[in-house]
Design a protein around this ligand. Structure first.
Ligand SMILES: *Cc1c(COP(=O)(O)O)cnc(C)c1O
Length: 356
């Protein structure tokens, strides 16, 4: 099967070589070196400000989202959340679960955020803004310079879920003034699931230090303290961390811009192949990572099923009320030029069959 979902995605050979080995014992200086190298490379790739730190949690991306809510937000701190789809809703739910008054910036699915949306929704007393840089459910890439400028003006912390944006989009933590950037192992990093990665600015670390402890397993105080010597408080997904190491080194050697250009090129080729079909782009501003498509015939499930059974390809369904109307095609992971050509051929064949 060829996997064109948004994660887990196909892994490159440098990752698969690592995953075939037994997990070594990890309370060793050798493992610490690997972890310190992971931290160094991640902070470099994110252009993190001086004295930032990166921690590695054994959890999916949602675990890092919840850890940020529990450890970076002050108790009962009022927050603003950009909600343009299911991942925005997840931040709203997590903040509310943990007792934060939420000013929700509710957007129409696939629509870009505006200055007016922010001014209308966000109270002056909000201390932080949480956003999924790329709302993976709609494929929309938010206007990060707008959000960054707004947070600077108001002195708000900026917490960025970049789970599906890391590598696929340019992220400069310093110029964004972002305090937290979090991502996961199974999206464009193209490793197995299991690890979420979180970069914290000095200001975010100070928040963590000042806040009370609400959770032991996902404690960022503990993660930061143990991370100083390249360790984690608990047994981590050791093999995934080794995969991340080999992948980060490969990205560093090649240049993250080259990775991004390749992802964008694949997205562009698929989008132009679909131009003369009945499928419509969902987002006003599409990300490189995924193409979300609306099917006027409301046959999204049939398209996904046909791609799977006739062409050996996984496309990505949407959940809930959009399950019939919208599906997505992912462009991240170890997709070769040949794979992308096969995808475009299969889409052409499905269109000729009358599916769209
Ligand atoms: C995939 C994703 C997540 C994390 O999902 P998990 O299933 O918990 O790994 C979080 N945010 C965004 C924007 C995502 O695309």
């Amino acid at each position: 099967m060829l996997n064109f979902t948004v994660g887990p995605v196909m892994s490159p050979s440098e990752v698969l070589e690592v995953s075939a080995k037994s997990a070594p014992y990890f309370r060793t200086p050798e493992f610490s070196q690997v972890m310190l190298e992971n931290e160094r490379i991640m902070l470099g790739l994110l252009s993190a400000p001086k004295d930032s730190r990166c921690v590695f949690l054994t959890a999916s991306g949602t675990g890092a989202m919840e850890a940020a809510v529990m450890s970076v937000l002050a108790p009962a701190e009022r927050v603003a959340v950009v909600n343009g789809g299911s991942f925005g809703q997840r931040f709203v739910d997590l903040c509310q679960l943990h007792g934060h008054p939420v000013d929700e910036i509710k957007l129409e699915f696939g629509h870009q955020i505006t200055r007016k949306n922010l001014e209308d929704a966000v109270d002056l007393s909000c201390g932080a803004l949480l956003v999924n840089m790329h709302e993976t459910s709609s494929g929309l890439l938010y206007d990060m310079s707008l959000l960054s400028g707004f947070c600077r003006e108001r002195g708000m912390a900026l917490i960025v879920d970049a789970v599906s944006a890391f590598i696929a989009e340019e992220i400069d933590m310093t110029s964004l003034g972002a305090d937290v950037v979090l991502t996961g192992s199974q999206k464009a990093l193209s490793c197995h699931p299991g690890i979420s990665l979180m970069a914290l600015s000095p200001r975010a670390q100070k928040r963590v230090a000042d806040n009370p402890e609400l959770c032991s397993y996902l404690s960022l105080k503990e993660a930061l303290r143990n991370g100083e010597r390249g360790q984690t408080p608990w047994t981590p997904a050791v093999t995934t961390l080794f995969e991340i190491n080999s992948r980060l080194k490969a990205i560093e050697d090649r240049g993250i811009d080259a990775e991004r250009t390749e992802i964008a090129g694949r997205a562009e080729a698929v989008r132009s192949a679909l131009e003369n079909t009945t499928l419509q782009m969902v987002p006003e501003k599409p990300s490189n990572a995924v193409t979300a498509l609306r099917c006027p015939a409301r046959n999204a499930k049939a398209i996904i099923e046909r791609a799977k059974t006739a062409y050996g390809m996984w496309l990505c369904p949407n959940g809930g009320s959009l399950a019939d109307e919208v599906f997505r095609i992912g462009h991240i992971g170890a997709i070769t030029a040949e794979d992308n050509r096969k995808l475009i051929d299969a889409l052409g064949a499905m269109s000729a069959e009358g599916l769209f």
